[in-house]
Design a protein around this ligand. Structure first.
Ligand SMILES: [Zn+2]
Length: 132
């Protein structure tokens, strides 16, 4: 009797770490690359999920680093490194594309740190009196 093929999950994580040495292992076994400006990579069932990092408010003036699912794809056992790198880099590019310069200070900020899609929270407070 043949047993079903098993995905080499630990191997995939190790290979992603080798491709992106800056990857940090999170407490749940996911890999975070480039912090809030990057992605979170998790393995599940038969696939790989790439989620874009995001800053999640959890109270007055506090937040934590979360992630929004962006792309799921089957984790084929024969993925070559170029395919893995292509998927991860596509996620990193998608997150980078979310950043825009603030119209007042020109700092590049993600959407969760902008008001009206063009002003960063500190500038909105300083110049517009907005409470962020
Ligand atoms: Zn600003």
């Amino acid at each position: 009797m043949n047993s079903p093929p098993r995905l080499p999950k630990p191997d995939l994580l190790e290979r992603i770490c080798a491709l992106f040495p800056e990857a940090v292992l999170e407490h749940d076994g996911s890999l975070r690359i480039r912090g809030e400006e990057g992605v979170l990579i998790s393995l599940y069932g038969g696939g790989i999920r790439i989620a874009l990092s995001c800053i999640v408010p959890d109270g007055a003036r506090t937040s934590y680093l979360g992630a929004e699912p962006w792309c799921d794809f089957a984790a084929a056992a024969d993925f070559d490194d170029a395919t893995l790198r292509k998927h991860v880099e596509a996620g990193l590019a998608a997150r980078a594309a979310e950043y825009r310069p603030c119209i007042r200070c020109n700092d590049r900020v993600p959407p969760e740190r902008r008001i009206h899609n063009d002003t960063c929270h500190p500038c909105a407070e300083r110049w517009d009196g907005a409470v962020t």
